[in-house]
Design a protein around this ligand. Structure first.
Ligand SMILES: Cc1ncc(COP(=O)(O)O)c(C=O)c1O
Length: 442
């Protein structure tokens, strides 16, 4: 139903460039993102993603179909169309059953669904006061608050696992996590839930989830929830191989969907039948996937464009896997270019980067608080037209001239090397001008 210039013929084919060489990128890529503000170097795909115009058009067609005859749409079209999305996701993440896949608004909503179930487990005395949940210190703020709201308030105890940053290897994470599990199990305490990021947001690092899940199983953790908010379209996801009970990922970050849409996977089990959407509707009791497909009158169009997203990504060499691989290679190349230009280092080795990488900023910028990070980000936006998040890392005692600020750079198909040169030159200019964050007013 969506208009798309793609045909089966050009799937996976290289495209001829005027100079005779070939490209892995379709020639109309600039058109697909022509709604982006051309004056901004947009190197923050991670926060809010991006949506190509062919997918925006498909979404608009869905909206019109809905508005043309809402009754027919709600009763006859909506559910089977969401099912198509669920089937695509099932295959992409190697789930067994489509019943295991629900479509929800975002990762925050997925977390609410899982954690609400945890709350009920406390109320129904399955879980006892003082039982604990474990989460990474670098987990996303909204998800940490969700733990506080759903687990803390129900009498659960929350343990945060500190992670080193900069980080050098998976082993460093595994070691800290082992300590967290030991602490969780101290004095015979039970760990009811482990909430593990697949890719942390800030600082951004790929977490060895499969290994951590295995450690949780060995430590008899009841339930394991992987927050892969950034993951689909960014790193490989094989839910059976990872082995967690729940897995969520946003489709609007690295999978080209318009906001807002995510999937929640829950392994087939007794628990799946006990999960409920926090917004109760007519479909209450009919299974999470069906409950989630009608949560009252609202715009469902973002959930319906996944088939058109597949058409879009299949115009690239290697489809979504090719996109993901090239984004990773490119972001690492750009991160190394920047760290060399600034005389700094990466926050994590290349194999622990996804399509995002952390690049140390020159120490002389004087980034000395979270608020400095935010102010510098705003300064880069307004004075240099660069969109990039900045992470503040507190110095460790005894460090000499420590790097306290890191830029989190992203690479997506629309990015060009000029975007990163713009960031390199802006930072060099600040350094040459003797700029420090202390000069920025609040
Ligand atoms: C690790 C992680 N979890 C959860 C979220 C929340 O995603 P959303 O705002 O789409 O619910 C994010 C967003 O950046 C994230 O990075």
């Amino acid at each position: 139903m969506a208009s798309s210039s793609s045909s089966d013929d050009d799937h996976h084919h290289h495209h001829q460039l005027p100079n005779g060489s070939t490209s892995t990128t379709p020639p109309d890529i600039q058109f697909e993102f022509s709604h982006h503000d051309p004056t901004i170097a947009r190197i923050n795909n991670g926060s809010f993603g991006s949506c190509p115009s062919s997918v925006i058009s498909a979404q608009q067609e869905w909206r019109l179909k809905w508005l043309q005859q809402p009754d027919d749409f709600y009763f006859n079209t909506l559910k089977p169309s969401i099912l198509k999305t669920r089937l695509v996701i099932r295959d992409l993440i190697n789930a067994d059953h489509v019943d295991e896949i629900s479509i929800v608004d975002n990762a925050t909503t997925a977390a609410a669904i899982v954690l609400q179930h945890v709350t009920w487990s406390f109320f129904s005395s399955h879980f006892q006061e003082g039982d604990c949940a474990i989460i990474l210190h670098y987990a996303y703020g909204a998800i940490k608050k969700s733990l506080q709201a759903y687990v803390g308030r129900a009498g659960g105890h929350v343990i945060e696992v500190k992670l080193p940053f900069p980080v050098n290897s998976d082993e460093e994470i595994v070691e800290e996590f082992k300590r967290g599990l030991e602490l969780g199990r101290a004095n015979g305490r039970k760990i009811r839930l482990a909430l593990i990021d697949h890719i942390t947001s800030m600082p951004s690092v790929v977490i060895p989830v499969k290994e951590l899940v295995k450690m949780c199983r060995d430590a008899n953790v009841d339930q394991i929830f992987v927050d892969g908010a950034h993951a689909i379209g960014c790193v490989d996801i094989d839910v059976k191989d990872i082995g967690a009970d729940y897995y969520t990922s946003n489709l609007h970050k690295w999978f080209f969907c318009p906001p807002s849409v995510a999937f929640l996977y829950c392994r087939k089990s007794d628990i799946l039948n006990e999960l409920h959407h926090p917004v109760v509707s007519h479909e209450y009791g009919n299974g999470l996937a069906i409950e989630s497909s009608w949560i009252g009158t609202r715009d469902y169009s973002a959930q319906l464009v996944v088939p058109q997203v597949m058409e879009f990504v299949n115009r690239f060499d290697g489809g979504i896997d090719g996109i993901k691989r090239r984004n990773h290679e490119k972001v690492v190349e750009m991160a190394l270019m920047l760290s060399k230009a600034w005389g700094t280092h990466l926050g994590a080795p290349p194999e622990m980067c996804s399509s995002m990488a952390m690049v140390g900023l020159p120490a002389c910028l004087g980034i000395s608080s979270d608020s400095d990070g935010l102010k510098l980000r705003a300064h880069l936006r307004t004075c240099f037209k660069i969109e990039v998040p900045i992470y503040y890392r507190a110095p460790v005692k005894g460090e000499d001239n420590p790097v306290t600020g890191y830029a989190r750079i992203s690479h997506q198909v629309y990015n060009t090397v000029e975007d990163y040169f713009k960031l390199r030159d802006a930072v060099n200019k600040l350094v040459n001008n003797g700029f420090t964050c202390a000069l920025l007013s609040n």
